[in-house]
Design a protein around this ligand. Structure first.
Ligand code: FES
Ligand code: FES
Length: 163
C-alpha cells in the first residue's frame, strides 16, 4: 500500500501518495507536474534528472522519495524569481547553450550547485564539474561558456578584478 509522504519542493509543501522507494523523479513529473527534470538513463549516469536537495545537485532518478521528506528540494521550475530568470538560465540563453535542450535543466541544476561552492571557477574546473552530465548534441563548450558567464555576472568581485 502506498504511503503518504510530505515533500517541500520549490518552497511549497506537498503531500504525495507513493511508496517510499518510488523515485523522486517520477513523483516530481507524474504527481506534481514538474516536468522540467528529465528522464534520461534512469540509472544515475546522465544527469538529465538533476535537482537540488538542500542545495546540492542530486540525481532524482535514483533518489527514493522516502529519503527526502525532511529536505528542501529545488527543481528547474523553482529557480526563477517571478519573471526574473536565474543568472544561470540567462547565461544559457545568452550563450545559446542548448540544441534539443533535453539535458539543459540537469546541466543548470548541476551548475547552480557547483557555483554555490565555487563562485569564481576556472574553465577547466567548470568543464570538470559538468563532465557527469551528458549532452548528446555536443553543446558542452557552450555550456562551459554559459557557466563561466553566470559566474562572472553573479560575482561582483570577479567583475571588479576583470576576470
Ligand atoms: S535520468 Fe537520472 S541520471 Fe540519467
Ligand atoms: S542540448 Fe540536446 S542533449 Fe544537450
Amino acid at each position: 500500500m502506498a504511503q503518504v509522504t510530505k515533500l517541500t519542493v520549490n518552497g511549497r509543501p506537498y503531500t504525495i501518495d507513493a511508496d517510499a522507494d518510488t523515485s523522486l523523479l517520477s513523483v516530481l513529473r507524474d504527481q506534481l507536474d514538474l516536468i522540467g527534470s528529465k528522464y534520461g538513463c534512469g540509472e544515475g549516469q546522465c544527469g538529465a534528472c538533476t535537482v537540488l536537495i538542500d542545495g546540492n545537485a542530486r540525481r532524482s532518478c535514483i533518489t527514493q522519495v522516502g529519503s527526502v521528506g525532511q529536505k528542501q528540494i529545488t527543481t528547474i521550475e523553482g529557480l526563477a524569481q517571478g519573471d526574473r530568470l536565474h543568472p544561470l538560465q540567462e547565461a544559457f540563453l545568452e550563450e545559446a547553450a542548448m540544441q534539443c535542450a533535453y539535458c539543459t535543466s540537469g546541466m543548470i541544476m548541476t551548475a547552480v550547485s557547483f557555483l554555490r561552492t565555487n563562485p569564481n571557477p576556472s574553465a577547466a574546473a567548470v568543464s570538470h564539474s559538468m563532465e557527469g552530465n551528458i549532452c548528446r548534441c555536443g553543446t558542452h563548450p557552450r555550456i562551459v561558456a554559459a557557466v563561466l558567464r553566470a559566474a562572472k555576472n553573479g560575482n561582483p568581485s570577479a567583475k571588479e578584478s576583470g576576470q
